[in-house]
Ligand binder design. Structure first.
Ligand code: FPP
Length: 341
């Protein structure tokens, strides 16, 4: 695993490498059911753990009870809010927010075309929506936010557009660094970073180094990212490790998860896609296995705090069963099989 990371990070400074090594030592999420009537639930220590039937923590979702103190804190942290946002915030249970939100920021081109503007104008406007989303998620204490900024397939676009997107990203990292630091955000980049233009790689390295000591939300920018490429990279990394150690056992799901670009992060609980398309577009294919999907018709440049709060609220209305059934519908004490056995 470390070998693959080292391969991915070819040419990076030693301090940066040691950061990644440290991250890789984090224990992987525990997502294997080991006893009947146990549930996957977030723990304050940042791990996915299992809860027995009847234990606290799920109740807030079903009862949708707001937590007054937290609610007031969030209202304060978010600064001035519109009456619509206030109404949504009052309904939101801040103890039941998704740990990890992933976003497919789609619709920039259409937004621009509808205004008879060049497509790139939509991308530029889209950075404002990214800013609002990042800041709001950080202030709501969401653990991780992943934004799909550029896919491996996006290289099929005209060179003027891909050049613009690369330049916009560099400008974004420079201009938004104060906001990122102010909000104690740690940055990560997901994708084949080593294939990006040299200047972008340099800015990516610097953003990671500058924010390495921050303990707040992890902001992942998926750049030159492909879900299939990520899985192939992970499998190759596992094989490369095995060649060194002569281990020929079966590859487990935990091993794959631990070798993905997102190693150490919880899987996204909520996947948001703007602009109404019902596709996952090669985004986090492994990690979204049990994500709740929220698709809004809103084009990304129009995506604002209200739309984000609506998505979070909709997430809290969903019942997550992870392939099981609701506890009150269970007729037998023990599950037929326990996952992974
Ligand atoms: C998809 O819209 C969007 C992209 C390929 C780029 C996303 C980039 C940004 C929002 C700006 C940069 C953001 C950061 C955080 C640096 P599209 O062009 O496919 O839209 P369309 O489907 O309407 O054509």
């Amino acid at each position: 695993m470390i070998q693959r990371k080292a391969d991915c990070l070819r040419g990076l400074k030693p301090a940066f490498l040691s950061l990644f090594t440290w991250e890789l030592k984090l224990p992987p999420p525990k997502n294997v059911l080991s006893k009947w009537h146990l549930r996957i639930a977030p723990e304050p220590n940042g791990m996915l753990t299992l809860r027995r039937k009847g234990e606290a923590s799920q109740s807030a979702v079903t009862q949708n009870k707001p937590h007054t103190k937290l609610q007031t804190a969030a209202l304060g942290a978010l600064g001035p809010v519109t009456s619509e946002e206030r109404e949504l915030l009052e309904k939101l249970d801040l103890e039941r927010l998704p740990r990890h939100v992933a976003v497919i920021m789609d619709g920039n081109g259409r937004w621009a075309q509808r205004r008879h503007l060049p497509r790139v104008a939509g991308h530029r406007k889209g950075t404002q929506s990214a800013r609002t989303t990042i800041e709001t998620c950080a202030k709501l204490n969401i653990e991780a936010l992943t934004l799909y900024a550029f896919s491996v397939e996006n290289w099929r676009r005209p060179k003027t557009e891909t050049d613009f997107l690369m330049a916009l990203l560099r400008e974004y990292l420079r201009k938004e660094m104060p906001l990122i630091q102010r909000n104690n955000i740690r940055m990560r980049f997901l994708g084949r970073i080593e294939e990006l233009p040299e200047g972008v790689q340099k800015d990516v390295r610097e953003a990671v180094e500058k924010t390495a000591g921050n303990g707040g939300m992890v902001l992942c920018l998926a750049l030159n990212y492909g879900g299939r490429a990520e899985i192939a990279d992970a499998v190759n990394a596992i094989l490369a490790e095995r060649n060194g150690h002569g281990n020929n056992g079966r590859i487990t799901e935990e091993q794959v998860s631990g070798h993905l670009y997102t190693a150490g992060l919880p899987d996204p609980d909520l996947l948001i896609r703007s602009s109404g398309e019902m596709r996952v577009s090669n985004f986090l294919l492994w990690q979204i296995a049990y994500s709740e999907i929220f698709v809004t018709e809103t084009l990304w440049p129009d995506f604002n705090r209200t739309r984000l709060l609506e998505a979070l609220l909709e997430f809290q209305r969903r019942e997550r069963r992870y392939g099981g059934i609701r506890e009150d519908q269970a007729e037998q004490e023990k599950p037929a099989r326990v996952a992974g056995q």
